[in-house]
Design a protein around this ligand. Structure first.
Ligand code: 16G
Length: 275
């Protein structure tokens, strides 16, 4: 088991001056990183940053580095593996872009934590992310009004010819794309697409609408080329497709949303009870 972060300690430095050297990691962890780096580099002709990237990825995948754990500082990795600062930075920024690491200004780099989402609570993307101290945002890819399609009419209990508001949004938190969402709302509920600036559920709340119940189904998908481009992921990356129909107290359906969540970022949990 790897030891967690420890406070920095003072050591004698070059020229008799005291130099602050932080010993954040236990000896076994340092040995692990050195050995794994050697193993990755052995016989593979690739730039050093790729060896380091694979080393850290391996450590995360094998649970040597756990979610929320602080990474050794750039300086420590530079020393430990005898690499240049540029190499270390390149490896780390690649893993940040992949969503495996997160950087918090002033406090360092951490192993990203998966988002735990309850499958039995009617929460929004914004609720879920704010609860984790993150800053959720929407980037609108499409936003408009149109005539309901047969599928949408069925999902929303609307008659043919009814008008609906449609959104296609990229959902982001801390600069990382977490989901794509296609939402359809009856225009009788939401008169103007511009009413939603960021959060759909916040808009509902402002309008005095209280969604109280939803029906949801989930299945595994692979992101297609276009979705992968929008999410900044390799094509074929695993995702979760979730379809939600949400109802008001009076039985009206207020949303029909098809969400495509990043598969590597979420854990869905539900409390089950015997009948
Ligand atoms: C969640 C919902 C989605 C809803 C959205 C509203 C799931 C699987 N889906 O992503 O149906 O439209 O939240 O979020 O939870 P917002 O209020 O942040 O726009």
């Amino acid at each position: 088991m790897v030891e967690g972060p420890r406070p920095p300690r003072l050591n004698g430095g070059p020229g008799g001056l005291l130099e602050v050297v932080s010993h954040w990691y236990s000896q076994p962890m340092q040995d692990y990183l050195v050995n794994e780096f050697r193993r990755q580099a052995d016989g593979r002709r690739a730039p050093a940053y790729q060896h380091l990237r694979r080393t850290l990825q391996h450590a995360i995948e094998n649970g040597e580095l756990t979610p929320g754990q602080a990474l050794p500082s750039e300086r420590e990795l530079t020393k430990l593996l005898d690499l240049s600062r540029v190499t270390v930075r390149k490896a780390i920024s690649g893993l940040v872009a992949d969503g495996l690491l997160t950087q918090r200004q002033g406090s360092g780099t951490f192993v990203a934590e998966r988002i735990v989402k309850s499958f039995s609570k009617l929460t929004s993307f914004t609720d879920d992310l704010r609860a984790r101290g993150l800053d959720p945002k929407s980037r609108f890819i499409e936003r408009g009004i149109g005539e309901v399609t047969p599928d949408e009419a069925m999902a929303l209990n609307l008659s043919p010819g009814a008008q609906v508001v449609r959104y296609y949004r990229l959902r982001i938190a801390d600069e990382m794309a977490l989901a794509l969402e296609r939402t359809v709302v009856p225009q009788a509920v939401l008169s103007d697409p511009n009413l939603v600036e960021n959060s759909l559920y916040e808009t509902f709340q402002q309008m005095g609408l209280r969604p109280t119940r939803a029906l949801q189904r989930l299945r595994a998908i692979a992101f297609d080329a276009e979705q992968a481009r929008l999410m900044n992921l390799p094509e074929g990356s695993p995702g979760l497709f979730i379809e939600r129909r949400t109802f008001l107290d009076d039985g009206r359906v207020v949303e029909y949303t098809r969400s495509f969540y990043r598969g590597d970022a979420y854990d869905f949990v539900a409390e089950l009870q015997s009948e």
